[in-house]
Design a protein around this ligand. Structure first.
Ligand SMILES: [Zn+2]
Length: 126
């Protein structure tokens, strides 16, 4: 093999090595971009949830210890409203404790002290 031939071969190897490094760096860069994209998606989702929670808490109304959503006269579960930012209407449930019927949450099973879910008008009277 001629010297020039060898040089060309070495040059090819150098180029390959440089390209391999470049490929490796591009690969790492792509991974970083994907990680950032994933993190951005997570933060966007978190922001939307916080926005929704803030909006929801803004429409909550408390009347003498009973919780309502603005424009809705049926009592909702204070725990689900506070913790999960969800409006779950209370229902009458069987209770182990007197008077054996309580307003309760069908979701988290919280029992209120009142025996039936209150309307806003009823809550206002107490
Ligand atoms: Zn609940």
């Amino acid at each position: 093999m001629s010297l020039i031939g060898e040089g060309v071969d070495i040059l090819k190897l150098v180029n390959k090595a440089q390209n391999a490094d470049l490929y490796k760096q591009i690969g790492e860069w792509i991974e970083k971009v994907l990680d950032l994209q994933k993190r951005n998606d997570e933060l966007t989702m978190e922001r939307n949830q916080l926005r929704e929670q803030a909006r929801f808490k803004g429409v909550l109304e408390r009347v003498n210890g009973h919780t309502f959503v603005q424009g809705d006269d049926e009592e909702i579960c204070p725990r689900c409203a506070e913790v999960d930012s969800r409006a779950v209407h209370l229902i009458s449930v069987h209770s182990e404790h007197k008077p054996y019927q309580k307003a309760g949450c069908p979701d988290c099973k919280l029992e209120m002290s009142n025996n039936i879910p209150y309307t806003r008008a009823l809550a206002s009277r107490n």
